[in-house]
Design a protein around this ligand. Structure first.
Ligand SMILES: [Zn+2]
Length: 145
């Protein structure tokens, strides 16, 4: 048994979950008048917090937010991104068509192990990007709720 009084955290823990407290804390709490007084204060505080009405919006939050999320406005940045992707894709196709007779021999000079390394790196980057995107999505959804 320890002689010192319980800390504020220990008393709060005891008030919230008596059975989860360590046996020596329970023994001290049952004998010490000072700690019992603090416990009573915390118990009243926690009870007052518990009986308080949970704050709610007096308007329909999801009803207001969802239409804005569903149809995004036209953004010039999005257009720029799509245009750049289109430009890159079309120039790649044009280049592939222009150099089509060399394409068949493009990987013959490269070691197979090197090709696997490139593919593995690309796959790893895609997996990490997808995981990051999913984590960000989950965070935003939980922030909404
Ligand atoms: Zn005490």
């Amino acid at each position: 048994m320890i002689a010192a009084h319980l800390s504020e955290e220990e008393i709060q823990q005891y008030a919230l979950d008596k059975k989860g407290s360590a046996p020596h804390l329970i023994a001290h709490m049952e004998t010490c008048v000072d700690c019992q007084a603090k416990l009573q204060t915390y118990t009243q505080l926690f009870e007052a917090i518990r009986v308080q009405e949970k704050p709610t919006f007096d308007f329909d939050l999801s009803g207001l937010l969802m239409p804005q999320l569903a149809k995004p406005k036209f953004a010039f940045n999005d257009f720029l991104v799509y245009f750049t992707v289109f430009l890159m894709g079309s120039s790649t196709i044009v280049a592939a068509f222009a150099f089509r007779k060399y394409l068949a021999n493009i990987f013959t000079g490269v070691m197979p192990m090197f090709i696997y390394l490139i593919l593995l790196t690309g796959l790893a980057v895609i997996v990490f990007q997808a995981a990051e995107l999913f984590r960000k999505y989950q965070k935003q959804i939980s922030a909404l709720n």
